[in-house]
Every structure is written in structure tokens, then in C-alpha cells.
Design a binder for this molecule. Structure first.
Ligand code: GRF
Length: 220
């Protein structure tokens, strides 16, 4: 990954609001990455329209049509190679990638998950956070390893859980945080300020800018 602006592929399955946040960040002056390719495993993913509007190349690779996961991953690898991709962002991509694929892209494959990992891996994170009665919830960006929603954590953003929250209201608050966190983490990785080393994340980026305490209720 030696070129100045890394070439990033974003893998999606649906709405693509995180894709949009990455596209928007990447057109900003001085951003160290360009979104060079969008890959969807669903032809009807709304994110494909976002890619088209932004003039980003996209591919639709449907595992069932290609003959299963192995064929899908082969086609994906080829698409990534053809587009000369340095780094992959999973953004609402609803498939588990195989260990070989993940191993080949280790340190260059990241995901955003809507919870403060390691709490609430998997689905329905907002509902489960409400049921658990947590007072802070949020999102995590992490390097992908062979587990589901697991792997060294790159960055997290927390939001308060409010007394009248429903899963949808909490999801919306977390999503707003996702849209800031994901581009920021991508930026730091592209600048080599965050790296995956020997199973851990090494960060040479500055400490959190604002308050070191995020509390709910506040004023400790
Ligand atoms: C986000 O909440 C993301 O954290 C999760 O799936 C959702 C995708 O939303 N992995 P979008 O497609 O980016 O709008």
C-alpha cells in the first residue's frame, strides 16, 4: 500500500448509507483514499444507485448465480484485482467471507458493526442493547478476522441510550455516529496511523480530541 491515495472497494448488500459517508469523505480535498469500486451481492441494493450517482464503478456478484461461496469469492478476488484495490471496507455486507479470503486480505479488510464490540455481535444489535439495559451503545470499526463481527478494534463511537428509545431511534443515533467513525478510521489506516500488527492494533494517531469521559447520565 505505497501509493498516496489508496484504492478502496466497498462491499454492500443494501441501503449503503455508510458507503455514501465514505464516498462523501473521499471526495474531500486531501483524503488519502478514493472509493474505486463498489461490490454488491444483491442486484437491488440501494447502495448501487449511490455508486452510480457518484460515478463509482460497481459490480453485482450474486453467490447463488455464480455457483456458491467459493465461486463468488473467486469472482470477487478477480474484480478486486482488476480494479487494483488496496483495501476493502465492508459496509452492511450481509455475508460471511471464507477464511482463505479473509487471510489473504488480513490487515486490509475492515468492517463497521452497530454495537460497542465485543458486546452484541450479530444481528438486531439495537433491540438487544435496549433489552440489556445498557446506557451507552454505539458502533465499532474493526479489522476482519475469521470470526463474525470479531477482530482487532480500530475505533469506536458511543452514543447515549435515552429513556424513550425504540430500536429505530437508537439505530438512527448510532448510524449518525457510524457515518463519522468509518471515514475517520479509513483515513487513519490509509495514513498508516493505524496498523494491524501481530494480532493487535497499533495506533500512532492522537488521543481522542474531546472529553476523555463519555458518560450517561452525564456530569460525573
Ligand atoms: C450499518 O448499521 C452497519 O453498521 C451494519 O449494517 C448497517 C448498514 O447500513 N453493518 P448501510 O447499508 O450502510 O446504510
Amino acid at each position: 500500500m505505497s501509493r498516496l491515495r489508496k484504492r478502496v472497494a466497498v462491499l454492500i448488500s443494501g441501503r449503503g448509507s455508510n458507503l455514501q459517508a465514505l464516498i462523501d469523505a473521499a471526495v474531500g480535498e486531501g483524503f488519502p483514499a478514493e472509493i474505486a469500486l463498489v461490490v454488491s451481492d444483491r442486484p437491488d441494493a440501494q447502495g448501487l444507485q449511490r455508486a452510480e450517482r457518484a460515478g463509482v464503478a460497481s459490480r453485482v456478484l450474486v453467490p447463488k448465480e455464480l455457483g456458491g461461496r467459493a465461486a463468488f469469492e473467486q469472482a470477487l478476488e478477480q474484480a478486486l484485482r482488476e480494479a487494483d484495490i488496496d483495501l476493502i471496507c465492508l459496509a452492511g455486507f450481509m455475508r460471511i467471507l471464507g477464511a482463505d479470503f479473509v487471510g489473504r486480505w488480513q490487515g486490509r479488510l475492515i468492517n463497521i458493526h452497530p454495537s460497542l464490540l465485543p458486546a452484541f455481535p450479530g444481528l438486531d444489535t439495537h433491540q438487544r442493547a435496549l433489552e440489556a439495559g445498557v446506557k451507552l451503545h454505539g458502533c465499532s470499526v474493526h479489522f476482519v478476522d475469521s470470526g463474525v463481527d470479531r477482530g482487532p478494534i480500530i475505533g469506536q463511537a458511543a452514543v447515549p441510550v435515552l429513556p424513550d428509545d425504540e430500536p429505530d431511534s437508537l439505530a438512527a443515533r448510532v448510524l449518525t455516529a457510524e457515518h463519522s467513525l468509518y471515514p475517520r478510521c479509513l483515513e487513519l489506516i490509509c495514513l498508516s496511523k493505524i496498523q494491524l500488527l501481530e494480532g493487535g492494533v497499533k495506533s500512532t494517531s492522537s488521543a481522542p480530541a474531546e472529553s476523555a469521559i463519555l458518560a450517561n447520565p452525564d456530569r460525573l
